[in-house]
Design a binder for this molecule. Sequence first.
Ligand code: GDP
Length: 462
Amino acid sequence: MVIHLHEDTIAAVSTPAGEGGIGIVRLSGCSAVKIAREIFILPKGKGLVKFKSRVLNYGYIIDGKKKIDEVLLAVMKAPGTYTREDIVEINCHGGITALRKVLELTLKHGARPAEPGEFTKRAFLKGRLDLSQAEAVLDIIEAKTEAGLRVSLNQLEGELSREVKFARKSIMEICADMEASMDFPEEDITPKTKKAWISGVKDSRRRLEKLLSTYHDGAILKEGIVAVICGRPNVGKSSLLNVLLRKNKAIVTHLPGTTRDPIEEMASIKGIPMRLVDTAGIRKEKGIIEKEGIKRSHLYLRRADLILCVLDGSERLKKEDREILGKIRPANTITVINKCDLKIRLNTKDITKMVKARDVVRVSCLTKIGIDKLEDRIYNKVWSGKVHTSNEAMVNNIRHKAAIEDAVRQLSQAEDSIEKELSLEFPASDLKESASSLGGITGEEYAEDLLNIIFSKFCIGK
Ligand code: GDP
């Protein structure tokens, strides 16, 4: 991404590509209003001289004398806007041709095409959002479930930033105190001062460690888990996949840009985003030879976070069932005895010898009996029995996690150096580095290439 130092005006189509009821062209920058004046007229042909902020104006977009589209146009005056700049939004008819024409016209009148995420980048550079909040905007766009969305909304509201900023400020205060002492080396550091420093550093470290402990859950809520459905042919794997999908549609079924296997489906089971993989689907996939299918099924089983191993309750345990049960790790497996609407011929004792009894659930994909209970089991298995709330500050981003881990490591080093009464330069330098790691999360300290990496993940127009 190029850095634009001068205040130019950017424009983009902010709605998704394709047909739609309406489509929005968005402009941001100091010439946005001027451009709007040049290309917009009221129904009776007059231009609109004075735009009231945040009011929709009905009229036409014109190219010279030619009408391009019938639109609703809104001007939002700086600084109370997303980018803290003047913003103009033009609600056009949804077709791609009209949108493209309006966009081209804005460019002809002096705007330049926005780069991916540039509106949000401007919001960050103008101090409207900090960096972790800007990243939350992306997560909100990509949220797969309501629970994941809630975590990202919390982050956007600044929950994570508040925690991180608090720790950073405390660390910097101790550091400043140390540096002041360094200016008077002839004065001894009293045991009281030493104790206060250690306790201050410990406090911050504990706060950050608590935050780190939320990463496991935060990452699950954001990225989801891979759940693989396995079992011999005809036990009801595809039926189970369909029952779970029909009941638990995820907010997003497919993310642009992600390479998802065609046999993976996204579901939201009790708020947990789940990529469900049906191993029958792998073997049935067109053009795939049986041996390759089996190999891929095994690969999936190995990388599964959760395995749903399906057995046919209406039949006795077969050699093939035993083989499959023998291959999976019981710790991450729920054994699903299907077809419980039929007469049960399966000997449950045989199974509980191989897997934990409490992870066996009886269901019928035909009548849906037991499906609720299966979902409860899945939920408990993923969250290890604890009730999950996502209202607190949570870390769900690997970049933030790495930065907090660095900060914690540097704080431990500082603690150690103070304990050992090393020269104050050592702990002070560790504390500075720790504050700097934390500053990278909120963007109080950042490198331009980091901004480029973050904002290039956004779509154009956001
Ligand atoms: P897969 O090969 O393991 O994917 O199995 P399918 O989902 O294709 O199901 C195999 C057969 O079992 C189909 O005829 C389904 O209609 C049937 N089936 C699946 N679940 C149930 C169930 O709960 N009860 C009964 N009676 N039949 C089921």
